[in-house]
Write a new protein. Structure first.
Lengths: 259, 855
């Protein structure tokens, strides 16, 4: 079903191809009120670079998920703001955000979130179907080959392994060539061998498609594929590492938990 | 999106079909109603058309007026001397005369009458020389030609084992006489004449038997080639007496149809009302099921939103799903209706409404209405849940156990639901109690109020779920132990869900409770009236108490042994004061058998009526501004008029009286009405009611197979039979909505079990047995059903008490049918047990390990 949403195109990003894709300015997020209030974020500013894979790491309760939800326009900051693909989030109508999601955002979830009644191919195509677009056949076939689903097109999620389901999910996130893909603990529900394959795939999507990706994880091996690793603790960015080996990530994590 | 909806339904077949059942049943009722009433109409049309086959114009008796809602009007016969005059006309090719009666009772081999339910026992003359006009065809034997010969309908023959050559008793206007069966016949082109029997005789035999010697009821005429119907009619008209008329066949068929009054239309609308109730309940079930499913699919909708679906697309996905379910369910219901029509007809036959059946009619209108209404109701029911689905925030895709945000109207919820309830109660009370408003707006106010009342109670029900579950669940706790306690708590934990599941059952139970109270009120007031009026020892009525019998019965009793007083109450119709009324006639003896509470006059009045007097109820006199001495002109069906004086008035008991709007003397009545009939004949015996008198009177009535002797209490029981049968019919029809709500409970429980998979696995893991698991689900089901019963009985009692109070001036008395209500509660428990079967089995079957891993 196609639908045209009449809002000004939010894609000012194309005008500045070299600038950051996502910028966060002094984000805070407070849940609840009064004595029981919890500050999940306490002033986070960052930039996500174009064509790079950025990882956000941190222990449970560090605020890393909250940060990603806010960057992806799923949640609203208590103060501060986000600029995504040149558009300042906040104050946008539901329709405008929908339009923004269609064009600029792809999601990879921890629990895959595939629609059980659709085949792998239909799941991958869904974002385009919803936006009323037709896929470019060649690009689509190439994408399925890249994620290794070429021979699983007609399988339903229930007939696929966890790793295969996550491949479908990654293909779905990539299919509309969004400005940024947000991956929320993409290996959190997978065994270590499968995790490795999925991480390779994510890395590959950055390398071969130049796909800007932001990943939240608490798995050091996952973080080790990133071009940049941000460490979050108690709602603040406490470390900022360039690409590192897993051992270095683990060491950084250990340091944090000793503080 | 269409693909998403379709494929989603395909993977949820079981749940989708459970939802669909709610609509299937209601639509089947709509389609069944149309099929049945169309088929009945077709049956009547065929009979009426067949009756004049090959005729161009028809001469028939012309009553001065019709009375289709009361005692009915027998068209007057005309002299047979008309026939040769018509035959002599230049435009006439063939003309044949016939007589007809609807008082020709056939006797079974054991001497009892063949029951026709409420349908007429018909008799016709058949002249084989003019067989082109004969509406019947022989299935065996030959046409009756001489005295003592009869042909009977094939249904009576096969039901009672009669064959050609047998002797059969025939009773018409005089004691039964034996006839030889020469043939078995049937109406051409119809499947059943319903309860009606028919007997065919040679013309002179029929005239004698029907008391119409030298007279005719119909002349069927074929015109010569080239003579138009209107030409023929204008030739015939000058020859006719004032009591006869001539019509072309189409007009005559139309006229005959009028004799049915609006009965079939009434039947249709009444049945459609029940279909509507079932669909209304169905819409509750669908709305509830969809809300639960949508809550369970929160993550799916949220995911759709994160990958770019707009709110409108989510709305469409849900609505589309409902549309598909609604449409498929309507198609299934439509065809199920064909079968239901047969079941409904059996039901009607069982309560004594046996109507003719033509060939099954499956009209385009039936298809269109069934599909449109079924689909539309599903669509409307889906709107609210669909709107809820659009409020699922995208972030729910990444959060475990995310709940739907409350609507921005939610804070007004409690106030709105209270206001709805109060407005509903106000509307119902206004409709029922306000004085001086017309019937239309009154019924509208009540109808709208009741509809709103159901919504109002259901909206407020969630608030009383907890206390109600605590009370109703108490037995579950003591009987069921741990599973009982869990079941009660489960019923309380999502009050809105339990409330709306119970509300569906509430509607059905409220209506049956209302019917029970109303019926009880009718019976109580009727009994009260009979006890006040009936001072005779015995009454004689026809077998079907409400159908009058030939006056010959009462006349035949005069002077017989065991009789001290015999006094008939005739029933007929007359036109006076500008409209048609039921009238009665009595003789001087009536004060000895009926106690009349005279307002003006005394017990001497019946004896003084003569040919110039009448009396009436004080109420009728008042509303028509009549006073003792008022002169009123009565017109009888024959067209004759008489002027009579009002001699006295009596106070009618609230429960009604056996009299029509005016009471004449039998002398005046019999002189003006051609085939006088009695509502009842009342008898006093020397020494009152005793078994010796009963035996003697039964002997006196030998030969009148249709006459039934009864004491006062027997008379009450017999007269209440039709009321009771009607009540049973209403219960059965309302049972349909109860069944729909049963599926609602099944739906909720199945979805609940699905939702609590992990929890059930945990309970099993800590030692709950399969049996206990089943018990837990069953108790929850029973608690929900009892909640529906409690709400329904409360609403029904309120409505019943209100309407009975509003009609108290008509003699309705409020009397609580305790036993019946008790049965309803038992039925509700049964519904609960039944509804739990499938969900309980599903819950017990869960594999503990898989259930615990279930995500």
């Amino acid at each position: 079903m196609s639908e045209s949403i009449a809002v000004p195109a939010a894609g000012a990003a194309e005008a500045t191809p070299t600038g950051p894709v996502v910028e966060a300015h002094e984000l805070t997020r407070r849940y609840g009120e009064g004595d029981t209030a919890v500050d999940a974020l306490r002033g986070v500013s960052l930039e996500v670079a174009r064509g790079k894979l950025t990882a956000v790491m941190g222990p449970s309760g560090s605020g890393k998920s909250t940060l990603m939800h806010i960057l992806a326009a799923l949640d609203i900051p208590t103060s501060g703001y986000v600029v995504l693909a040149g558009t300042r989030l906040g104050g946008l109508s539901d329709t405008e955000i929908t339009k923004l999601r269609r064009k600029h955002i792809g999601f990879v979830f921890q629990f895959f979130n595939l629609l059980p009644m659709l085949t792998a191919e239909e799941n991958v195509l869904l974002p385009l179907t919803i936006a009323g677009k037709k896929p470019d056949k060649e690009w689509f076939d190439g994408l399925l080959k890249t994620v290794g689903l070429d021979d699983r097109r007609d399988h339903r999620p229930a007939e696929l392994s966890g790793g295969q389901q996550q491949r479908v999910a990654i293909a779905r996130a990539l299919v509309s060539q969004p400005t940024v893909v947000f991956a929320d603990e993409p290996t959190g529900n997978l065994d270590s061998k499968t995790s490795e394959e999925i991480l390779d795939l994510l890395r590959q999507s950055v390398d071969s498609y130049g796909q800007t990706t932001m990943m939240v994880t608490h798995d050091p091996r996952a973080a080790a594929i990133a071009d940049r690793i941000l460490f979050l603790a108690d709602g603040l960015i406490v470390r900022d590492l360039p690409r590192s080996e897993p051992s270095a990530v683990i060491a950084a994590m250990d340091e944090l938990s000793q503080d | 999106m269409l693909a998403v909806s379709l494929k989603g339904l395909a993977t949820r077949k079981f749940r989708a079909s459970l939802t669909a059942i709610a609509i299937v049943l209601g639509v089947a009722m709509i389609s069944g109603t149309y099929v049945l009433t169309d088929t009945i109409n077709n049956g009547f049309d065929t009979i009426f058309t067949q009756s004049y086959k090959n005729a161009d114009v028809v001469v028939s008796g012309k009553p001065a007026f019709l009375n289709t809602n009361g005692n009915g009007v027998e068209p007057p016969s005309f002299s047979e001397s008309l026939l040769p005059k018509i035959r002599a006309l230049p435009g006439v090719a063939v003309a044949a005369g016939s007589v007809q009666s609807d008082q020709v009772r056939l006797l079974k081999k054991n001497g009892k009458i063949v029951s026709t339910g409420g349908a007429p026992p018909l008799g016709f003359s058949i002249d084989p020389r003019y067989n082109q006009f004969n509406p019947t065809v022989l299935t065996a034997g030959t046409w009756p030609l001489g005295p003592g010969q009869v042909a009977i309908d094939n249904h009576t023959a096969s039901e009672n084992g009669y064959r050609v050559g047998d002797s059969i008793g025939v009773e018409a206007n005089s004691p039964a006489r034996p006839f030889r069966i020469t043939g078995i016949a049937k109406f051409a082109g119809i499947n059943s004449t319903g309860g009606a029997t028919f007997a065919l005789f040679a013309p002179e035999t029929a005239q004698k038997l029907f008391g119409k010697v030298g007279q005719l009821d119909y002349i069927r005429i074929q015109s010569k080639a080239g003579v138009s119907k209107s030409q023929l009619i204008s030739e015939i008209k000058p020859l006719l007496p004032s009591t006869a008329t001539v019509r072309d066949v189409q007009a005559q068929v139309k006229e005959d149809r009028k004799s049915l009054g609006g009965f079939i239309d009434f039947l249709r609308y009444a049945l459609l009302a029940f279909a509507f109730v079932a669909l209304f309940v169905g819409s509750f079930v669908i709305a509830n099921t969809l809300s639960i499913t949508i809550a369970q699919r929160t993550r799916e909708f949220a995911t759709l939103r994160t990958i770019g679906a707009s709110r409108r697309q989510v709305l469409w996905a849900v609505v589309l799903e409902a549309l598909i379910v609604g449409f498929v369910a309507s198609v299934v219901g439509l065809f199920l209706g064909l079968g239901l029509a047969k079941i409904l007809n059996k039901l009607f036959v069982a309560v004594g409404i046996d109507l003719p059946q033509g060939n099954t009619v499956f009209a385009t209108r039936t298809i269109v209405v069934s599909l449109v209404v079924g689909t539309l109701i599903t669509l409307i029911a889906s709107l609210r849940p669909a709107r809820r689905a659009t409020r699922v925030p995208p972030i729910a895709a990444v959060r475990e156990g995310s709940v739907l945000p409350v609507s921005r109207w939610a804070k007004y919820g409690p106030v709105t639901s209270l206001v709805v309830l109060l407005v509903a109660i106000g509307l119902v009370c206004f409709g029922a109690l306000a004085s001086g408003i017309a019937t239309g707006p009154r019924l509208l106010a009540i109808g709208l109020g009741v509809l709103l009342l159901f919504f109002g109670v259901s909206m407020n029900a969630a608030k009383i779920v907890r206390p109600l579950a605590a009370v109703l669940g108490a037995p579950a706790r003591s009987i069921g132990g741990a599973p009982g306690i869990l079941a009660r708590d489960n019923a309380m934990r999502n009050p809105a869900r339990t409330a709306s599941t119970a509300s569906a059952l509430m509607i059905g139970l409220a209506l049956v409770t209302f019917v029970a109270i109303f019926g009880q009120g009718l019976r109580a007031s009727f009994e009260d009236a009979v006890n006040k009026l009936f001072i005779a020892d015995y009454a004689v009525t026809s077998n079907t108490a409400f159908v009058p019998m030939s006056a010959a019965v009462g006349k035949g009793l005069v002077g017989k042994p065991g009789i001290e007083v015999v006094s008939p109450i005739r029933a007929g119709s007359a036109k006076f004061l500008g409209s048609v009324h039921d009238v009665s006639a009595v003789d001087a003896q009536v004060p000895k058998v009926i106690h009349l509470d005279w307002k003006q006059g005394s017990d001497s009045i019946p004896g003084r009526l003569g040919t110039t007097g009448f009396f009436t109820s004080s109420k009728f006199a008042k509303s028509n501004d009549l006073h003792v001495g008022s002169r009123v002109v009565f017109q009888f069906p024959s067209g004759k008029t008489v002027t009579v004086n009002l001699l006295g008035t009596y106070d009618e008991p609230k429960g009604g009286s056996p009299f029509g709007d005016a009471v004449l003397s039998t002398t005046l009545f019999d002189a003006n009405i051609s085939q006088p009939q009695d509502q009842m004949v009342l008898i006093n015996s020397p020494g009152g009611v005793n078994s010796a008198n009963t035996t003697t009177l039964d002997n006196d009535l030998q030969g009148f197979a249709d006459a039934k002797l009864q004491t006062r209490s027997e008379f009450i029981t017999n007269s209440e039979k039709p009321i009771n049968r009607l009540l049973n019919l209403l219960y059965v029809l309302l049972a349909l909505s109860v069944i729909v709500s049963l599926f609602g409970i099944v739906n909720t429980l199945v979805l609940t079990v699905f939702e609590r998979t992990r929890e059930l696995g945990m309970l099993r893991a800590v030692g709950m047995t399969r049996r206990q698991t089943r018990m837990m689900i069953r108790y929850e089901s029973i608690v929900t059903a009892l909640m529906g019963a409690a709400l329904g009985i409360a609403v029904g009692t309120f409505l019943g008490a209100l309407i009975v109070h509003a009609l108290s001036s008509q003699g309705l008395v409020f009397s609580y049918p305790v036993l019946t209500i008790f049965y309803f509660v038992v039925a509700a428990i049964f519904v609960g047990v039944l509804a739990a079967i499938v969900p309980a089995r599903r819950a017990a079957r869960l594999n503990v390990l898989e259930a615990l891993q279930y995500e």
